[in-house]
Ligand binder design. Structure first.
Ligand code: FES
Length: 145
């Protein structure tokens, strides 16, 4: 299995590892199949994602995609954050091997879960955001391995 230099870099030196104590939103999503879990913390001020951190108990691709997803989301509006799909994260990492594509779904879903938590805490509706799943195996459009 071949990993791109960017994936290796974000796996070896992950950005934004940790937690945000007074996070505006926190999301946790797991994958029952492999047992991996990802937790994303967002600090949102005036509709802008000021900071993002993560903790991932999972494979190298899950660590690399959480690292890249948190990098991409920083400084974005909530609407722009919704455009950070697993495909966008994979592209930013110069691709992932096909068997590892589902790991990038964990990053997208954890991001959505943190935004959902933020929306619930603030009694707002984020247009285009669907209720996140706890386990990505529940997603119907999960890419085939
Ligand atoms: Fe579980 Fe990668 S193998 S997220």
């Amino acid at each position: 299995m071949e990993y791109s230099a960017k994936v290796m870099d974000h796996f070896m030196n992950p950005r934004n590892v940790g937690e945000i104590e007074d996070a505006s939103g926190v999301g946790t999503v797991g994958n029952a199949k492999c047992g991996d879990i990802m937790k994303v913390y967002l600090k949102i001020e005036n509709g802008i994602i000021e900071d993002a951190k993560f903790k991932t108990f999972g494979c190298g691709a899950a660590v690399a995609t959480s690292s890249m997803a948190t990098e991409l989301v920083k400084g974005k509006t909530i609407k722009e954050a919704l455009e950070i799909t697993n495909k966008a994260v994979m592209e930013a990492l110069d691709g992932l091997p096909p068997v590892k594509v589902h790991c990038s779904c964990l990053a997208e879903e954890a991001l959505h879960a943190a935004l959902w938590d933020y929306a619930e805490k603030n009694n707002i509706v984020i247009e285009g955001l669907e209720k996140p799943v706890n386990d990505i195996e529940e997603l119907h459009n999960l890419p085939e391995e």
